[in-house]
Design a protein around this ligand. Sequence first.
Ligand code: 5GP
Length: 201
Amino acid sequence: MPGKLIIISGPSGAGKGSILTELINKDGYSFSVSMTTRAPRLGEVDGVNYYFVSQEEFDKTIHEDGFLEYVHKFERSYGTPKKQILEKIASGTNIILDIEMEGALNVKRLYPDAILLFVLPPNLKILHERLLGRGSESVEQIKNREKDIQKEIAEIVNYDYYVVNDEINAAVERVERIVSGEGEEYRIIDPQAIIDKYKEE
Ligand code: 5GP
């Protein structure tokens, strides 16, 4: 049986990263390493988190038709290399893409069976605490991010399923159930109700 293509998106602080890490350590799951022209952050490893490339190399890959999708965002380019994805799917491995909405929709157009999954924090207060706890951004930067949060959550209208990351093991289990086709209770039927739940009081 071919593997499944799973796209995971979500606002920063939702805990997407920890879900990805847990899943990738499981048999049958693999992470799609994107190419980017942005510089590595502290701790990021070339070939693991991203392939960090020059704009020239990125453009060359575009011309060689090497991307499944790519976007230019935040003044940087990001793209999903095509070859690794097709090979993994053919070998029966589920492949996880950590990409933003525009890319997710482009992939969905090419592969209607792709599962578009949105990760949410339990509530905005917890999101705020998680962002503060990371210690990697100033309070000012966090405030700016939080301004965008409503906009980001509104993107849920384009996704198939949502997972609330209240507790990591439970969240990973929900993702696995969705992937195996047994997670219909997590299907997004009424996106507006979810959006309303995350409105500031
Ligand atoms: P960051 O620079 O923080 O690692 O990523 C910024 C945004 O780009 C995130 O929303 C991430 O999911 C998205 N992203 C990373 N790689 C790709 C990619 O290959 N394609 C698309 N469309 N988005 C990506």
